[in-house]
Design a protein around this ligand. Sequence first.
Ligand SMILES: [Fe+2]
Ligand SMILES: [Fe+2]
Length: 176
Amino acid sequence: MTNLLPKIPDKDAADLFRVVFDDEFGQHTIFRSHPALYRNCLKALGLPDGAWGRVKPLPEVSQYLEAHLKLTREEDFLIGLGAVGPAHEFAIPTMFEYLIPGLQNNSDLSDEDVEYFSMHIIEDKEHAIVFNKLIVRHVETEEGQQRLKEGAMRSLAYRHTFWDGLERAVFGTPSA
Ligand SMILES: [Fe+2]
Ligand SMILES: [Fe+2]
């Protein structure tokens, strides 16, 4: 998202983004930034403080991260917008609705421990609206629609691989 911001053609986009950034980075208190809430969840699962940032990512996770840096840094603005808007903010609430019961049915995580996930189901619906406003402003041609769609679909393809990698790591073999 921070990679995308300087690429946005209209000047008041920063104001539109402000509300999203404030949520993500915990403008009001750093303890409620999204990384902080995620860390709470991992801590509740038993990850020691010293391991934070030191666990080697699965190859699929590294690939996912690198691909998204490229999609947002090196590609056309509309490709990045498709990756971050429809393929992230819009898609996350749907995914997390499945993750929370899966996590809680298989662990003793409390509702507070999974706040990173439950909070995103609410907040990302609002964030998706912000991105939809940007799409309405900047996607004016059929070619633009194609680029936006391409960004979203490329991002979702990497996410597919990402989930397969997690499935393999947790359950052994990815399903067909
Ligand atoms: Fe977030
Ligand atoms: Fe978000």
